[in-house]
Design a protein around this ligand. Sequence first.
Ligand SMILES: O=C(O)CCC(=O)C(=O)O
Length: 259
Amino acid sequence: MTAKNALRALGVQDDTLAQEEVDFLDENGYLVLHNIITRSQLEAFIARLQELSESEGAQLEREAVAEEGMIKLFDLVNKGAIFDLCFTHPRVLAAMAHMLDDDVKLHSLSSRSATPGHGLQGLHVDFGTNLGSGPWVGCNSVWLLEDFTEENGATRLVPGSHRIGKHPRDVMADPKQVHPHEIQITAPAGTVVVFTCHTCHTWHGGALNRSGRIRWAMHNAFCHRDCPQDPVLHQILLPEVRERLGDAERVILDVEAGL
Ligand SMILES: O=C(O)CCC(=O)C(=O)O
Protein backbone atom coordinates (compact mmCIF):
# COMPACT_ATOMS: atom_id res chain seq x y z
CA MET A 1 0.00 0.00 0.00
CA THR A 2 1.33 3.46 -0.88
CA ALA A 3 1.44 6.25 1.68
CA LYS A 4 -1.22 8.09 -0.31
CA ASN A 5 -3.53 5.06 -0.13
CA ALA A 6 -2.82 4.70 3.58
CA LEU A 7 -3.79 8.34 4.10
CA ARG A 8 -7.04 7.74 2.19
CA ALA A 9 -7.77 4.62 4.24
CA LEU A 10 -7.31 6.67 7.41
CA GLY A 11 -9.88 9.20 6.21
CA VAL A 12 -7.74 11.93 4.63
CA GLN A 13 -9.66 13.49 1.74
CA ASP A 14 -8.82 16.40 -0.55
CA ASP A 15 -11.10 18.61 1.55
CA THR A 16 -10.13 17.36 5.04
CA LEU A 17 -8.50 20.75 5.52
CA ALA A 18 -10.42 23.78 4.25
CA GLN A 19 -8.61 25.79 1.55
CA GLU A 20 -8.29 28.70 4.00
CA GLU A 21 -6.46 26.39 6.43
CA VAL A 22 -4.04 25.23 3.75
CA ASP A 23 -3.43 28.84 2.69
CA PHE A 24 -2.85 29.90 6.30
CA LEU A 25 -0.38 27.06 6.80
CA ASP A 26 1.54 27.93 3.64
CA GLU A 27 1.63 31.62 4.48
CA ASN A 28 2.28 31.58 8.22
CA GLY A 29 4.08 28.29 8.69
CA TYR A 30 1.78 26.88 11.32
CA LEU A 31 -1.81 25.77 11.74
CA VAL A 32 -3.89 25.52 14.89
CA LEU A 33 -6.26 22.53 14.75
CA HIS A 34 -8.86 22.69 17.50
CA ASN A 35 -10.76 19.80 19.11
CA ILE A 36 -8.45 17.02 17.97
CA ILE A 37 -8.34 15.35 21.40
CA THR A 38 -11.52 14.67 23.37
CA ARG A 39 -11.82 15.39 27.10
CA SER A 40 -11.64 11.68 28.00
CA GLN A 41 -8.61 11.17 25.73
CA LEU A 42 -6.89 14.14 27.41
CA GLU A 43 -7.40 12.57 30.80
CA ALA A 44 -6.15 9.22 29.54
CA PHE A 45 -3.04 10.76 27.93
CA ILE A 46 -2.08 12.67 31.07
CA ALA A 47 -2.69 9.67 33.32
CA ARG A 48 -0.52 7.48 31.07
CA LEU A 49 2.27 10.08 30.82
CA GLN A 50 2.22 10.50 34.59
CA GLU A 51 2.51 6.75 34.98
CA LEU A 52 5.39 6.58 32.46
CA SER A 53 7.20 9.49 34.07
CA GLU A 54 7.23 7.55 37.32
CA SER A 55 8.29 4.25 35.75
CA GLU A 56 10.77 5.55 33.15
CA GLY A 57 12.12 8.78 34.61
CA ALA A 58 13.23 11.68 32.49
CA GLN A 59 15.49 9.68 30.12
CA LEU A 60 17.64 12.72 29.57
CA GLU A 61 20.34 10.62 27.98
CA ARG A 62 18.15 10.42 24.85
CA GLU A 63 18.46 14.16 24.30
CA ALA A 64 21.39 15.97 22.72
CA VAL A 65 20.67 18.83 25.12
CA ALA A 66 19.46 17.72 28.53
CA GLU A 67 16.79 20.05 29.80
CA GLU A 68 16.43 20.56 33.51
CA GLY A 69 12.92 20.35 34.88
CA MET A 70 11.42 18.68 31.84
CA ILE A 71 9.54 15.39 31.80
CA LYS A 72 10.65 13.73 28.59
CA LEU A 73 9.16 10.47 27.38
CA PHE A 74 9.95 8.72 24.13
CA ASP A 75 8.72 5.94 21.82
CA LEU A 76 5.09 6.49 22.78
CA VAL A 77 3.91 4.25 19.92
CA ASN A 78 4.91 1.36 22.15
CA LYS A 79 3.27 2.75 25.28
CA GLY A 80 -0.43 2.10 24.72
CA ALA A 81 -3.21 2.11 22.14
CA ILE A 82 -4.32 5.60 23.18
CA PHE A 83 -1.26 6.98 21.35
CA ASP A 84 -2.54 5.57 18.01
CA LEU A 85 -4.60 8.76 17.72
CA CYS A 86 -1.38 10.70 17.17
CA PHE A 87 -0.58 8.97 13.90
CA THR A 88 -4.13 8.35 12.64
CA HIS A 89 -6.06 11.60 13.11
CA PRO A 90 -7.18 12.65 9.59
CA ARG A 91 -6.83 16.40 10.15
CA VAL A 92 -3.30 16.13 11.50
CA LEU A 93 -2.38 13.67 8.75
CA ALA A 94 -3.87 15.98 6.12
CA ALA A 95 -1.67 18.85 7.30
CA MET A 96 1.43 16.64 7.29
CA ALA A 97 0.51 15.20 3.89
CA HIS A 98 0.10 18.69 2.46
CA MET A 99 3.56 19.70 3.64
CA LEU A 100 5.31 16.49 2.64
CA ASP A 101 3.50 15.86 -0.66
CA ASP A 102 1.74 12.73 0.66
CA ASP A 103 5.16 11.08 1.10
CA VAL A 104 4.79 10.72 4.87
CA LYS A 105 5.64 8.44 7.75
CA LEU A 106 5.85 8.96 11.48
CA HIS A 107 9.27 10.26 12.52
CA SER A 108 8.92 10.32 16.31
CA LEU A 109 6.29 10.49 19.03
CA SER A 110 7.37 11.86 22.38
CA SER A 111 6.39 14.08 25.27
CA ARG A 112 8.11 17.22 26.55
CA SER A 113 6.26 18.50 29.57
CA ALA A 114 7.52 21.51 31.50
CA THR A 115 7.40 21.44 35.28
CA PRO A 116 6.83 24.75 37.11
CA GLY A 117 9.75 27.15 36.69
CA HIS A 118 11.12 25.40 33.60
CA GLY A 119 10.55 25.05 29.87
CA LEU A 120 12.21 28.07 28.25
CA GLN A 121 14.01 27.04 25.06
CA GLY A 122 15.81 29.07 22.44
CA LEU A 123 13.91 29.54 19.22
CA HIS A 124 15.00 26.73 16.92
CA VAL A 125 14.10 24.60 13.92
CA ASP A 126 13.62 20.86 14.34
CA PHE A 127 14.65 19.70 10.89
CA GLY A 128 17.56 22.01 10.22
CA THR A 129 19.19 20.38 7.20
CA ASN A 130 18.94 21.75 3.68
CA LEU A 131 17.87 25.15 4.86
CA GLY A 132 16.73 27.14 1.87
CA SER A 133 17.51 24.42 -0.63
CA GLY A 134 15.14 21.52 0.08
CA PRO A 135 14.13 18.79 0.00
CA TRP A 136 12.23 19.38 3.22
CA VAL A 137 12.76 16.60 5.68
CA GLY A 138 9.94 16.66 8.18
CA CYS A 139 7.26 18.49 10.10
CA ASN A 140 6.41 18.59 13.76
CA SER A 141 3.30 19.15 15.85
CA VAL A 142 2.61 20.01 19.47
CA TRP A 143 -0.33 18.30 21.15
CA LEU A 144 -1.81 20.44 23.91
CA LEU A 145 -2.85 18.27 26.83
CA GLU A 146 -3.43 21.32 29.03
CA ASP A 147 -4.80 24.72 28.14
CA PHE A 148 -1.71 26.56 26.83
CA THR A 149 -1.52 30.01 28.41
CA GLU A 150 1.11 32.74 28.64
CA GLU A 151 1.50 31.76 32.28
CA ASN A 152 2.24 28.07 31.75
CA GLY A 153 4.63 28.64 28.86
CA ALA A 154 2.61 28.18 25.69
CA THR A 155 4.88 27.40 22.72
CA ARG A 156 6.18 30.53 21.02
CA LEU A 157 6.80 30.80 17.29
CA VAL A 158 7.62 33.34 14.62
CA PRO A 159 4.93 33.35 11.90
CA GLY A 160 6.37 33.24 8.38
CA SER A 161 9.86 32.24 9.60
CA HIS A 162 9.69 29.03 7.54
CA ARG A 163 10.40 31.20 4.49
CA ILE A 164 13.57 32.84 5.86
CA GLY A 165 15.84 29.86 5.19
CA LYS A 166 18.05 30.46 8.22
CA HIS A 167 18.42 29.19 11.76
CA PRO A 168 17.30 31.60 14.50
CA ARG A 169 20.83 31.35 15.92
CA ASP A 170 22.18 32.83 12.66
CA VAL A 171 20.29 36.06 13.18
CA MET A 172 19.61 36.33 16.92
CA ALA A 173 22.36 37.01 19.45
CA ASP A 174 20.42 34.90 21.96
CA PRO A 175 17.57 32.73 20.63
CA LYS A 176 16.20 32.50 24.20
CA GLN A 177 15.26 36.17 24.01
CA VAL A 178 11.89 37.33 22.75
CA HIS A 179 11.85 37.79 18.97
CA PRO A 180 10.06 40.99 17.92
CA HIS A 181 7.65 39.05 15.69
CA GLU A 182 7.04 36.02 17.89
CA ILE A 183 3.61 35.00 19.12
CA GLN A 184 2.58 32.52 21.79
CA ILE A 185 0.13 29.78 20.86
CA THR A 186 -2.44 30.14 23.61
CA ALA A 187 -5.19 27.60 22.96
CA PRO A 188 -7.39 25.13 24.82
CA ALA A 189 -6.37 21.59 25.73
CA GLY A 190 -7.24 19.24 22.87
CA THR A 191 -5.67 21.50 20.22
CA VAL A 192 -2.83 20.40 17.95
CA VAL A 193 -0.44 22.95 16.42
CA VAL A 194 1.34 21.85 13.25
CA PHE A 195 4.54 23.54 12.03
CA THR A 196 5.27 23.71 8.36
CA CYS A 197 8.63 23.38 6.61
CA HIS A 198 8.88 25.12 3.27
CA THR A 199 12.20 26.95 3.14
CA CYS A 200 12.87 25.72 6.64
CA HIS A 201 10.95 24.69 9.69
CA THR A 202 9.04 27.46 11.46
CA TRP A 203 11.10 28.96 14.28
CA HIS A 204 9.60 27.94 17.58
CA GLY A 205 10.44 26.98 21.15
CA GLY A 206 9.07 26.24 24.58
CA ALA A 207 8.42 29.16 26.95
CA LEU A 208 8.84 29.39 30.71
CA ASN A 209 6.17 27.66 32.75
CA ARG A 210 5.35 30.26 35.43
CA SER A 211 2.28 28.38 36.68
CA GLY A 212 2.19 25.97 39.59
CA ARG A 213 1.28 22.95 37.43
CA ILE A 214 2.98 20.72 34.87
CA ARG A 215 2.27 21.81 31.30
CA TRP A 216 1.65 18.39 29.72
CA ALA A 217 2.26 18.17 25.97
CA MET A 218 3.25 15.70 23.29
CA HIS A 219 5.33 16.17 20.13
CA ASN A 220 4.50 14.25 17.06
CA ALA A 221 6.78 14.62 14.03
CA PHE A 222 6.42 13.22 10.53
CA CYS A 223 9.06 12.96 7.83
CA HIS A 224 9.55 11.95 4.22
CA ARG A 225 9.59 8.20 3.73
CA ASP A 226 13.24 8.11 2.75
CA CYS A 227 14.37 9.93 5.92
CA PRO A 228 15.43 8.10 9.07
CA GLN A 229 12.96 7.84 11.94
CA ASP A 230 13.95 8.41 15.56
CA PRO A 231 13.95 5.62 16.61
CA VAL A 232 13.64 3.33 13.57
CA LEU A 233 10.24 1.87 14.29
CA HIS A 234 10.53 -1.50 12.60
CA GLN A 235 13.46 -2.20 14.94
CA ILE A 236 11.70 -1.34 18.17
CA LEU A 237 7.96 -1.81 17.61
CA LEU A 238 6.57 -4.38 20.01
CA PRO A 239 5.02 -7.44 18.28
CA GLU A 240 1.69 -6.87 20.05
CA VAL A 241 1.51 -3.31 18.73
CA ARG A 242 2.34 -4.41 15.19
CA GLU A 243 -0.42 -7.01 15.37
CA ARG A 244 -3.00 -4.57 16.74
CA LEU A 245 -2.52 -2.13 13.86
CA GLY A 246 -4.12 -2.30 10.44
CA ASP A 247 -2.29 -2.08 7.10
CA ALA A 248 -2.70 1.68 6.77
CA GLU A 249 -1.33 2.37 10.25
CA ARG A 250 1.64 0.10 9.55
CA VAL A 251 2.40 2.06 6.39
CA ILE A 252 2.29 5.35 8.32
CA LEU A 253 4.69 3.86 10.88
CA ASP A 254 6.79 2.28 8.09
CA VAL A 255 6.86 -1.08 9.80
CA GLU A 256 5.80 -3.35 6.94
CA ALA A 257 9.46 -4.34 6.40
CA GLY A 258 9.49 -6.25 9.68
CA LEU A 259 6.36 -8.29 8.92
O1 LIG B 1 7.42 22.41 24.43
C1 LIG B 1 7.24 23.30 23.60
O2 LIG B 1 6.43 24.20 23.75
C2 LIG B 1 8.06 23.29 22.34
C3 LIG B 1 9.10 22.21 22.36
C4 LIG B 1 9.96 22.19 21.17
O3 LIG B 1 9.88 23.01 20.31
C5 LIG B 1 10.97 21.14 21.03
O4 LIG B 1 11.25 20.41 22.01
O5 LIG B 1 11.55 21.03 19.93
